[in-house]
Design a protein around this ligand. Structure first.
Ligand code: DGI
Ligand code: FE
Ligand code: FE
Length: 399
């Protein structure tokens, strides 16, 4: 197996890191890539006010996840757990122990590659891993990199490669921290990483979470879930706005309900129960066993209490998984947007989309019936509110 090793302080991780990583994977034919955030880099201290190691690790995990290559891309905490400064030679020794038979490729920027002879134990590094240096087309470092490659190969027997990167607007983490302090720089970050920074108030980004713009609210929500759910959340936002327009509901409420509806989707049962406890939600027996059902209630609680959304949004999120008897317009819209958003693909989805824009309750009835049928087939117990929603609708749609 060919394994890439990408170290750095990732303070914060940004699109430049991700684009380089993605290109290196293709250029070198890597089977796996491991990001290794450094505790303290050997050549410098972390700037004052830097986030804790734990937060940098979490940001790196969020950033790496946006590559959507599960199983291929990992984030390692090995340097963060090790005492003292983070020396690459130590890291490679440890990885060599873990992967005795595999080909390790150490990835680094041009500056790092040029300074490699000054690192601790360059001979060990070159013996344990091949080296890949990133080069930008517009840069004039290419010749210097080739020269350095020959030098390292003659001196340490290193095997080296230069990886060409596309034209991207370069930004360093140092510049990015400055931009963030001034309320700029979002465009250099994956949205979810920016959301994490917002939620935790890192790098001097001060935000009142109860009064965020739609963009910032979206970033926060995406930062709370795995990247594989991002398209769904954006899809529900889009569909909810469209439905609101069609049926004369408040489009902004629909938008924010859509953005936040699944924000607690990946919390553990303990985390769900802690939120319920904190905000006085009493889960029933079925919900206690199934976080799948709880995410609508905990999502509603955070929408209202953490993100300052109003009661209409609260209830629309609260009922989005089961529905209930006698739903409000916004509740129906979020429930149905979740069902028919553009990424959904199931038999009958086109028919249901048509119904939702023709007769909202007919769409709702179809959705509830399909859900009950699906749950029955899978042997999953029907929640009383799902049943209640269906019964109410059948009753009230009769002429
Ligand atoms: O969060 P999403 O995946 O976008 O969709 P959702 O909020 O409708 O959640 C779907 C999950 O909820 C799915 O795993 C089935 C579960 N669910 C929905 N209604 C019921 C239910 N589970 C039980 N046990 N009973 C229900 O009535
Ligand atoms: Fe949901
Ligand atoms: Fe959803």
């Amino acid at each position: 197996m060919k394994i890439g090793v990408y170290g750095g302080t990732f303070n914060p991780p940004h699109l430049g890191h991700l684009i380089s990583a993605r290109f290196a994977m293709d250029a070198l034919g890597l089977d796996k890539l491991i990001f290794v955030p450094a505790a303290v880099p050997p050549h410098k201290e972390l700037p004052e006010g830097s986030p804790s190691a734990e937060k940098r690790l979490e940001m790196m995990a969020i950033a790496a996840d946006t590559l959507l290559l599960p199983g291929k891309v990992e984030v390692s905490d090995m340097e963060l757990r090790r005492e003292g400064k983070s020396y690459t030679a130590d890291t490679l020794r440890q990885l060599r122990g873990q992967y005795p038979q595999d080909e390790l490729w150490l990835l680094m920027g041009a500056d790092m590659f040029l300074s490699l002879p000054n690192w601790r134990e360059p001979e060990t590094i070159c013996a344990l891993a091949h080296l890949a240096a990133f080069a930008r087309k517009e840069g004039d470092t290419e010749e210097a990199l080739e020269r350095q490659g020959s030098y390292l190969s003659r001196t340490y027997g290193a095997k080296t490669r230069v990886v060409q990167l596309p034209r991207i607007t370069p930004v360093s983490s140092t510049q990015l921290r400055e931009l963030l302090k001034r309320g700029e720089g979002q465009r250099y970050l994956p949205l979810a990483v920016y959301g994490y920074i917002l939620r935790h108030g890192l790098y001097g980004v001060q935000a009142d979470l109860t009064a965020l713009s739609n963009e910032d609210l979206r970033a926060c929500s995406l930062s709370m879930v795995y990247a594989k759910r991002h398209a769904h959340i954006l899809g529900v936002e889009e569909e909810a706005v469209r439905l609101a327009k069609r049926w004369g509901a408040d489009q902004e409420l629909a938008r924010r309900g859509g953005i936040l509806h699944d924000c607690t989707k990946y919390l553990s049962l303990e985390e769900h129960l802690a939120i319920c406890e904190k905000y006085g939600i009493v889960p029933d027996e079925l919900e206690r066993e199934s976080p799948k059902l709880l995410h609508s209630k905990t999502g509603a609680a955070l929408a209202r209490n953490l993100y300052g959304q109003n009661d209409e949004i609260y209830w629309a999120i609260y009922w989005h998984t089961t529905g209930k008897a006698d739903m409000s317009l916004l509740e129906k819209i979020i429930y149905l947007a979740d069902y028919i958003e553009p990424n959904r693909d199931f038999e009958g989805v086109e028919e249901m989309r048509r119904l939702c824009y023709e007769d909202l309750d007919a769409g709702l009835l179809m959705g509830l019936e399909m859900s009950v049928e699906d749950l029955n087939e899978r042997g999953v117990p029907i929640h009383k509110n799902t049943r209640g929603a269906l019964e109410w609708l059948r009753e009230h749609r009769k002429g």
